[in-house]
Structures are given as C-alpha cells and as structure tokens.
Design a protein around this ligand. Structure first.
Ligand code: NAD
Length: 351
C-alpha cells in the first residue's frame, strides 16, 4: 500500500479545503464522500469524481476506504470516530477531538483496541515555522520560558453563526452549547493552545478563567480571559473574543512565547509557516538582539501537510503528527477554563 484512500465524512466548509490537499498529495486519495445533506456532495463529486453517500455506514463498509477524515459538528465526532475504528478504518479527526474528556478517552481507547491510527487535524505539528520555533526553544535559544500570550481577537460576521465563513452549509450548530461544546475557546483558541504545547513542551497545571456571552445571540461564549500557570512556573494569558468589533489590527497577532533570553512570535499576522524570533544569544546568521525569521521554505499547499502527515504515519506505522492524546491534553485546558469560569474559581490540572 503506497496511497491512503480517505472517506470524507462531513463535506462542509473545512472539507472543501481538505479535499484540495487530499487530491493534490501523491500519497492520499479521496475514495468516498459522505454527508447527511446531499447538496454538499455535488460539487466535490464533480471535482474529484469519488462516489458519494448520505449514510456513514457505507463508508465504514467500503473496502476501498483505508481511513476516514471526520469534519462534522463537534457532538458527532466521537460516535462517528468509534464506528469508523470498529470497522477497521484509521481516523483523522477535525479539532476538537471531542467535547468531553470521557468521550475523548472512549475514542482513544477504541482506536487503540482496534489497532487503527487516531490523528487530530491541528496544523501546528506540520507547520514548518512552528517546527523551527520548537527546535529553537528546545535548543535553549530563548532560555527558560517565563510567559505566554495568546490573542484570538476575532470579529465573526453574523452569517458565521448560521453558515460559517463561506456559507457553504446553512446550519446553526456553532451557536449551540450542546453541539459545539463552547465558543471561541474550543473553536479557535484551541489551535493556539496546541501550538504553545507543541513548541514549548509545557503543560498547564492551574488556571483561572472569566468567560461570558456579551454581544452575540448564541449559547456559547464570545468573550474570555484566562490566566494559566505552567509546570515550569511560566505564566500564560489568553485574551479571546469572537465579537471584538473591527477584529485584530494587522499588527503582530500570533501566539507569543517569552523566555529569559528572548522571545518567539508564531505565525505573526496569521502568516502560516512563518515565525519570528529574537534571542540575546548569538546564532547562525544573526546577531544577539536581532529579530530573525523562522521560515521553512517549499511547503505544501494548505492542509496537504496535515493529511500527508497522517497518511505517512499509517504507511510507516509511526505516530501521527498530532495524536489523540495530544488533542486530549489541549481539550483539557479548554474544559478546565469553562469549569473555572462556571465556578468563579481557579482549577487545577489534570482534571
Ligand atoms: N482545522 C481547522 O482549521 C478547522 C477550520 C474550520 C473548521 N474546523 C472543524 O471542522 C469541523 C467541521 O466544521 P465546518 O466549519 O466544516 O462545519 P460545516 O457546518 O460547514 O460542515 C459540517 C458538515 O457536516 C455535515 N454533518 C452534520 N452531521 C453529520 C453526520 N452525523 N454525518 C455526516 N455529516 C454530517 C453537515 O451537513 C455539514 O455539511 C468542526 O469540527 C470544526 O471545528 C477545523
């Protein structure tokens, strides 16, 4: 086997982008397209020629499918993932892995018992700039990490809540607590939390959060602040909102990591595959105190790297770039934040 054949489950906004990568890679292929709404299947079928179905069981029973990519509302992730694993299919899950830790554990265990790979679609572990940032941090170039700052300042348009950014599918699951599990934290900040964990290797041990829905007619939070303590003593701050009018000014927006000898900004201005660093240490090609770009050239088109990374893990029998356990740790920070905000008290991790 040299190509991994994917069944795509859920053909909405993000799957349209994922399919571009699946079709472009020499080691992945779209073998089947599935969605409960037939109107999402037509254009993807025309583009990629794969057979379509409205019944996920057809994907699980299809011998031409090696792996599934699941990109559906959050409350459906685990039931679909479990059925896929039980049918012997590898599972590449969109974030978040689940909306509860118990469900995440269930999925991780079923995949382990079934002997299939479980990966989660966080791009950080395949982002060249973030991998370089990780090498720099672990190599001591910014010294001991002392502080972290995460900003997710977004002004989501009204139509986002009814149909996403592209309005590909009309649906209100993003507004419902039981379906989405939360708002800007579980939906957006989770990427940044994963990035920080990936590049620093640090774990959150305690946090305090304030969270509310202040100006959007939805059940999930639109404004959050979290203070976090990491296991090396570093202190992190999250400021996030999905209804921050005007959004973020185009100044440097990415997650920041401060250390005793410098700092790193991941994906400044949202630029993928690109981070910047300042170190008081001399390094190859730059002077102490100078800002330096961490760019990994020649990267693939968006999302292709995630899918290829997962396919390669199957082909080479290695762990996927982001494992179920990684995704569970990041979900735990999000859920601890919700718990802290509910209790108006600090919460210790692990939960
Ligand atoms: N990694 C990223 O950068 C990124 C970006 C956007 C969204 N996402 C994630 O992708 C997932 C989907 O988000 P989206 O924006 O594409 O949503 P969407 O609403 O546009 O698409 C979801 C699709 O799932 C279908 N669906 C619903 N229930 C189903 C079921 N039981 N079986 C099969 N199909 C079902 C819907 O009909 C819809 O077409 C979410 O987990 C979201 O958080 C990830």
């Amino acid at each position: 086997m040299s190509v991994i054949r994917f069944g795509v489950i859920g053909c909405g906004e993000i799957s349209a982008a994922t399919c571009v990568g699946l079709a472009a890679s020499p080691i992945t292929k779209i073998a089947m397209l599935m969605d409960t709404r037939p109107e999402t299947l037509n254009d993807l079928h025309e583009l990629y020629g794969a057979p379509t179905t409205q019944d996920a069981e057809d994907v699980f029973a299809n011998p031409d499918v090696d792996a599934v990519y699941i990109a559906t509302p959050h409350d459906t992730h685990v039931p679909l993932g479990i059925r896929a694993a039980q049918a012997g299919k590898h599972v590449l899950m969109e974030k978040p892995i689940a909306t509860t830790l118990a469900d995440a554990d269930k999925l991780i265990n079923v995949c382990r018992e079934a002997g299939v790979k479980l990966g989660v679609s966080f791009y950080n572990q395949v982002d060249g700039g973030q991998r370089l940032a990780r090498d720099m941090i672990l190599g001591g170039m910014i010294g001991d990490v002392t502080a972290v700052r995460l900003n997710a300042i977004v002004d989501k348009p009204a139509h986002y809540w009814q149909a996403g950014y592209t309005q590909r599918v009309s649906t209100d699951w993003r507004t419902k607590l039981a379906r989405a599990g939360g708002g800007v934290l579980i939906m957006n900040v989770i990427h940044d939390l994963n990035a920080i964990r990936f590049v620093t290797g640090l774990e959150v041990t305690r946090l305090y959060a304030e969270s509310d829905t202040l100006s959007t007619p939805v059940e999930v939070e639109d404004t959050v602040g979290v203070v976090m303590r990491y296991n090396n003593g570093a202190i992190g701050v999250i400021q996030a909102g999905s209804a921050m009018r005007g959004g973020e000014h185009e100044c440097l927006t990415g997650p920041r990591i401060y250390g005793t000898k410098g700092q790193i900004i991941l994906n400044p201005s949202g630029t993928p595959r690109y981070s910047i660093m300042m170190s008081t240490e001399p390094g190859e090609g730059f002077e102490p105190g100078q800002w330096r770009e961490l760019v990994n050239p020649g990267r693939m088109i968006d999302r292709q790297a995630i899918e290829e990374g997962f396919a390669r893990a199957i082909l080479e029998d290695t762990p996927p770039p982001c494992t179920g356990e990684d995704a569970r740790r990041v979900l735990e920070i999000v859920l601890a934040s919700y718990e802290s905000a509910r209790l108006h008290q600090p919460v210790a991790l692990p939960l």
